[in-house]
Design a protein around this ligand. Structure first.
Ligand SMILES: [Fe+2]
Length: 269
C-alpha cells in the first residue's frame, strides 16, 4: 500500500493548503490512504468538528492528534461518535474517544495508533506499556495489511526507542509534535519505516508555526505576562512522508514530501 502521512497542520492557511493538496496528491501519487495530524489546525490550538469533517470530505482516512486534542471543547462529543479521529492511546482510562482504529479501505485494512511520549510532555500513562496493546490489535497479516503509529512527543531519544521497540512489527512509526522535520527517515533493521519528526505543515518563517515576535518575547522576557501566541500566516509548507509497504505489511520505502513555502524540496515521481 502507498500511504501519505501529513505532519501537524498549524492554522487556517496551512489547513486550506493541505486540503487542496490532498485532493491533488491522492490521484497524482495514486495514494491508498491519507493520515493527517490535525491537533494544531484550529488557530494553532486543537481541532473542531467542522475541520475534521472538511479533512474527511477531501479524502483523509484517519486524523491523529496529541496534547492539544481537548483545546476546543466541542471536540469531546464529536470524538466519542467518530472512530477515525484519534486522541493519544495512553490517556487515563475513561478518556473519551479512541487511540487506535482500523479502517477498511479498497486497498486493504489500515490500522493507526496515536500515542504520546512521556519526556517533557503533559502527563499520560507510560507510553512503553502500550506496546503490547498496539501489537495485539494491529497485528500485520492478521488484523491489518498496513499499520502506522503516530508518536507525538518532544524527545528524539524516546521516539527512536519506541521506533526500535516496534521495528519489524508495524509498517511505520512516524513522529510529530516538535514541528521541525528531521532527516533520519529510514527503514529500520527489521522493516519498519521510521522518522523522528515529520515536521509541521505551516509557515516556516516563524517559531514552530507561531508569530516570531510573541514566541521570541517569551524567551527574552520570561518575567512578563505571557501573551497569547498567534499563528504565523506566511506561505505554508506541507510536510509529510510517503510510505510504501510490501506484501506482508513491512515497508519498502519512506520518502519525505515538502511542498510549498520555504522548505519545498521534493520531486513527486
Ligand atoms: Fe503537540
Amino acid at each position: 500500500m502507498k500511504v501519505l502521512f501529513i505532519g501537524d497542520i498549524v492554522g487556517r492557511r496551512a489547513r486550506n493548503y493541505a486540503q487542496e493538496k490532498i485532493i491533488e496528491l491522492k490521484t497524482k501519487l495514486k495514494l491508498d490512504a491519507i493520515i493527517v495530524n490535525v491537533e494544531n489546525s484550529a488557530g494553532g490550538f486543537g481541532v473542531t468538528p467542522s475541520i475534521c469533517d472538511d479533512f474527511f470530505r477531501v479524502g483523509a482516512d484517519v486524523l491523529t492528534t496529541g496534547n492539544h486534542i481537548w483545546d476546543k471543547r466541542e471536540i469531546i462529543s464529536y470524538i466519542t461518535k467518530n472512530d477515525r479521529l484519534l486522541r493519544p492511546l495512553n490517556m487515563i482510562e475513561g478518556t473519551p474517544g479512541l487511540g487506535m482504529t482500523i479502517v477498511d479501505l479498497d486497498a486493504g485494512k489500515i490500522g493507526v495508533a496515536n500515542i504520546m511520549t512521556n519526556l517533557f510532555m503533559q502527563k499520560t500513562d507510560n507510553v512503553f506499556d502500550k506496546i503490547p496493546d498496539i501489537l495485539e490489535n494491529l497485528k500485520l497479516k492478521k488484523n491489518v495489511d498496513f499499520s502506522l503509529i503516530d508518536i507525538h512527543g518532544e524527545a528524539s531519544s524516546e521516539k527512536m526507542a519506541l521506533g526500535n521497540a516496534l521495528d519489524g512489527k508495524v509498517t511505520a512509526v512516524v513522529g510529530t509534535h516538535t514541528h521541525v522535520p528531521t532527516a533520519d527517515y529510514q527503514i529500520l533493521e527489521n522493516g519498519t519505516a521510521y522518522i523522528t519528526d515529520v515536521g509541521m505543515s505551516g509557515d516556516y518563517n516563524s517559531i514552530i508555526g507561531m508569530n516570531k515576535k510573541d514566541a521570541l518575547n517569551r524567551f527574552l522576557f520570561p518575567q512578563n505576562k505571557k501573551s497569547r501566541l498567534e499563528v504565523s500566516n506566511g506561505e505554508p509548507t506541507l510536510c509529510g512522508v510517503i510510505i510504501e509497504s510490501e506484501i506482508g505489511g513491512l515497508s519498502k520505502s519512506i520518502k519525505p514530501l515538502r511542498i510549498g513555502g520555504k522548505l519545498e524540496q521534493t520531486n513527486l515521481e
